[in-house]
Ligand binder design. Structure first.
Ligand SMILES: [Zn+2]
Length: 311
């Protein structure tokens, strides 16, 4: 079935819409300017007062209406130092945002006509937009936490991992709200200390945390000042659901991730695994917004730029 047909109209963002909205580099620049300085109005560094700024022809700059001082909407964004046309960047973002399971740098190369090197670079820069800093759960609500292993054969028949493989293996910890958002982070090992630190960073106080009986989770109720409740399901005794105690949501996400690694990207090296997880999480966290991922990515461009100091 073609998924596009079941996306409600208001949650669709078609290629036609994209082409109409962003026909030129100028239109793309105008978009970034509007996001960062709505109406072109911002405090002029020279006048030290809010001023209207007008586009400077032939440059990616806008000039103060009073004194002519320039502002650069692309400063601090992923586009800043690039010689690739802004429209090609937008196109690549649109492509990455409108597939369900991700596309490769190779596909960006084919669709936009840039070199593979450029496509690859854009691909990784755009992924940076998809890394988010969010907190999950909250008083009385539940999150599931689980781990996934990447690289290295998981276990030999005896149930123990081959020693030689341990070094190659990467552990990924995931925390997910049921019917909500996800955070997935690479961690070195599933120790109590590492797990507690991760949870403290990403899970709000008073949350109920569902896990399996892996030993790394055993001290969650004792994370200082957080008041977590911990409910465990005994996977080691082959129990998978007990009332509301299960980790099915996070396991669903892992299979999505693994399918993507196998299908779209063929393999993902440990070096790029985190950005890969970020991309999947970003999409997962917006799974109810149809294919409006591209507008969400655009917003991230200015959000990330604003968090950088102005030069
Ligand atoms: Zn001025």
């Amino acid at each position: 079935m073609d998924r596009k047909q079941i996306i409600p109209k208001e949650l669709r963002y078609t290629r036609n819409q994209f082409d109409n909205e962003f026909p030129t580099d100028d239109a793309c620049l105008e978009q970034i300017k509007e996001q960062r300085f709505p109406g072109g109005v911002t405090v002029c560094q020279k006048c030290e007062a809010p001023r209207k700024h007008h586009r400077v022809t032939g440059r990616t700059a806008y000039a103060c209406a009073k004194c002519g001082n320039h502002i650069f909407p692309l400063a601090g964004t992923i586009f800043e130092k690039s010689t690739t046309s802004l429209r090609v960047w937008f196109q690549a973002m649109y492509l990455m945002g409108s597939t369900r399971c991700g596309i490769s740098a190779k596909q960006i190369q084919r669709e936009t006509g840039v070199t593979y090197k450029t496509a690859w670079r854009m691909f990784h820069q755009i992924r940076k937009l998809m890394s988010e800093d969010i907190r999950l759960g909250g008083s009385g609500s539940g999150v599931e936490m689980d781990e996934m292993y990447h690289g290295g054969r998981r276990k030999r028949e005896s149930g123990r991992m081959l020693l030689a493989d341990r070094g190659k293996r990467v552990t990924v910890s995931g925390i997910v709200e049921r019917k909500g958002r996800i955070v997935a982070r690479i961690s070195k090992e599933l120790t109590v200390a590492a797990t507690n630190a991760l949870v403290k960073e990403y899970v709000l106080p008073e949350t109920v945390i569902f896990t399996d009986d892996a030993s790394g989770y055993r001290a969650l109720p004792r994370v200082e000042g957080m008041g977590y409740q911990h409910k465990r399901i005994n996977h080691s005794q082959k129990v998978y659901v007990l009332g509301d105690v299960h980790t099915n949501t996070i396991e669903g996400f892992w299979s999505l991730v693994k399918r993507g690694i196998g299908g779209v990207y063929h393999s993902v090296s440990a070096k790029y695994l985190q950005s890969y997880l970020d991309e999947y999480s970003f999409r997962y966290n917006r799974r109810d917004s149809g294919n409006l991922i591209f507008p969400a990515m655009l917003r991230r461009v200015s959000e990330l730029a604003s968090s950088q100091p102005l030069q």
